[in-house]
Ligand binder design. Structure first.
Ligand SMILES: C[S@@+](CC[C@H](N)C(=O)[O-])C[C@H]1O[C@@H](n2cnc3c(N)ncnc32)[C@H](O)[C@@H]1O
Ligand code: SF4
Length: 298
């Protein structure tokens, strides 16, 4: 299998309490307050490079709460990986952003749900800080500046405005439909788009995508296969990426909690062999995340 990106949840700590967050709704709760020791993180990064991974994406929790974040970014860069940071954008000063660049950070993704303070704050909060961070990030020469937007009933009508802003400022927009534990019916009806709203979103965005000259790749990040109702053939993420939990557990995907191994107990080669064997047996029909932009369809 090809190894591409390792998503490293380097800490579970976070300064925010976003309404829909996996951690707030219990999906990842059992790992709260765990994080990697610096030396362990370095060993893991060397192993990732040896196994042929091209990119490491630091995430969390809030990765910027990890006290060695600058040091570990520098290390991953020195090892020869493309380095990406996914952040809530609330803790980074202008100097921090310059330090990130100086330490070898290539790409930065900021979570922003709307360009409107009230809408963004419905689920996330701290709009002013996040928006200022985005402005500061655009002043520094990163390879990719991206916005991660979680699609909800609060913001689905305002994504067009953010797409225009992204096209004007050379920002990559990535939209993920909010995913919640099914048992939480109240939050479900508050946040998850119904079929009619999905169609409104898709139709309005398809028109804008044409008007703004959105590329095929950008479209895949905005439409996340929502129009496809067939059976997925392959999952690109699980066949080339990995998620590393702060306790060392390796998962095939953020949404799939199957533990393939643990970096503190198993050799990296063994984990990758288990991953490859698992993929051959995985039934994608059972994957709840039919909206995922990483599924390959018939
Ligand atoms: C878990 S966060 C970690 C990084 C950082 N704290 C942040 O908020 O950007 C990674 C991404 O997952 C998104 N996310 C969190 N909970 C989600 C959910 N229930 N459904 C879809 N995306 C979610 C966040 O908005 C963020 O873009
Ligand atoms: S900032 Fe990120 S990790 Fe923190 S609560 Fe929000 S989505 Fe979750």
């Amino acid at each position: 299998m090809v190894n591409r990106t390792a998503y490293f949840i380097i800490t579970n700590e976070c300064n925010q309490k976003c309404k829909y967050c996996f951690y707030q709704i219990g999906y990842y709760k059992r790992f709260i307050e765990t994080e990697f020791q610096l030396e362990d993180a370095k060993i893991l990064i060397r192993n990732l490079k040896k196994a042929g991974f091209k990119e490491i994406s630091f995430t969390g929790g809030e990765a910027f709460m990890y006290k060695y974040i600058l040091e570990i970014i520098d290390f991953a860069h020195q090892v020869g990986l493309i380095v990406t940071l996914c952040t809530n954008g609330t803790l980074l000063t202008r100097e921090d952003i310059e330090d990130l660049k100086a330490n070898g950070l290539n790409n930065i993704y900021i979570s922003l749900d709307a360009l409107n303070e009230e809408i963004h704050n419905k689920c996330r909060g701290n709009y002013q800080l996040v928006h200022q961070t985005l402005i500061n990030v655009l002043d520094v020469d990163f390879d990719v500046v991206g916005i991660n937007l979680v699609l909800t009933r609060y913001n689905f009508k305002s994504v067009g405005g953010i797409l225009k802003y992204c096209k004007e400022n050379n920002i990559l927009l990535s939209v993920t439909p909010v995913w919640l534990l099914l048992e939480n019916n109240d939050l479900q009806s508050e946040l998850v788009l119904n079929q009619n709203e999905q169609m409104i979103y898709i139709n309005s965005m398809l028109n804008l995508a044409d008007e703004y000259g959105v590329t095929y790749y950008e479209k895949s990040l905005i439409f996340f296969n929502v129009e496809k109702l067939q059976i997925p053939k392959q999952c690109q993420v699980s066949s080339s990426d990995l998620v590393i939990q702060p306790n060392g557990d390796i998962l095939p995907c953020f949404f799939n909690k199957t533990v393939l191994g643990n970096v503190f107990n198993d050799s990296f080669d063994k984990i990758l062999n288990i991953r490859d064997a698992y993929l051959r047996t995985e039934d994608l029909n059972l994957c709840f995340s039919k909206f995922c932009s990483n599924l390959v369809w018939e």
